[in-house]
Design a protein around this ligand. Sequence first.
Ligand SMILES: *Cc1c(COP(=O)(O)O)cnc(C)c1O
Length: 378
Amino acid sequence: MMPAPAIATGYGGRLTVDLGAIIRNWQALDKVSAGALTGAAVKADGYGVGIVAASKALFAAGARFFFVATPDEGLAVRAALPEAYIFVLNGLHPGSAALYVAERLMPVLNSLPMLEEWMVACLGRNEALPAALHFDTGMNRLGFRLNETSVVKRMCDEVGYAPQMIMSHLACADQPQHEKNRTQLALFSSVISQFPGIPASLANSAATMTSRDMHFQMVRPGIALYGGRAVNGRRNPMVPAVRLEVPILQVREGKTGESVGYGATYTLARDSRIAVIGIGYADGFLRSLSGSNQHQGGKAYVRGRIVPVIGRVSMDMCELDITDLGNDIPLPGEMVEVLGEHVSVDDQADAGNTIGYEMLTSLKGRYSRTYVDSGAGS
Ligand SMILES: *Cc1c(COP(=O)(O)O)cnc(C)c1O
């Protein structure tokens, strides 16, 4: 799954993924949702940390139900974990039923044509092949419309098919007070009442953490496993799982009135010391982390201090204002933290006007990846 970067020198950036943190986060959510099974969303290359490594660690911790977006991701998990139960959220790609059956992937059936195709596959094999039924209760993304419920039920009943799970997805779970959560819960409850005895699943990370009445039989956390903030406006209790350090390429002096970077969007208001670091938008350090005189950008942690990005983030590098470090001058080659203990994924995301999900899933390519285990879970 991972692109194969040509990194052997050790002179580039360094991404460290703490599998122990991911395990502890899963265990914490499993405890919170004690009455339900705790699945794990590992789509988008395990939210950027590596789908195979994350899935194996989670399986070892006790997770058995994995949610991927695409069949390719399903194959990656299947190859690593022969005993995992794998749901493919994007559904059944037309014509792909045989592949799903062969690899024991469970499609999340999102539309009547998908359901039709899966029923044909079941009849052809004379087997109730497991799948989930996804009802849209307020996203207008994937899922059966609610007025299709009776048709869905009839199609299942006609052939005596019992789905593995009934699910829906929340639009506003990160805002627990949002009234849409109650509306969706009520609509979902009315759908599942028509499928008695079938396990139900509604909760993502946020709903797992905030709403016991949304746990049903399975919760499906993603972002919280990787240490990201799931619920807005609260302290994030999860353990950070990612540290990204990149090298200083050069330290230079700039004079008052000079500009920094493309577009000359940042003008030095004082004689300044600048560190050029080896990460840019091509590495997932989003261009929205640029800092101008009007708008503060991203940050980094250098020699015990948080320092700002100044000027535009370019493809392969960006600049930091390290004037405030005084005579504590870092050296070329020294590593600085751009994500980790001191600059959380969400702090950096906020600075770049985005969300932790996008920061994490933008991690890619040009750094070495090391997996560590910070210690056994409880
Ligand atoms: C991604 C996803 C999840 C996990 O959501 P988080 O907010 O990352 O916890 C759960 N369910 C569905 C349908 C998803 O697409």
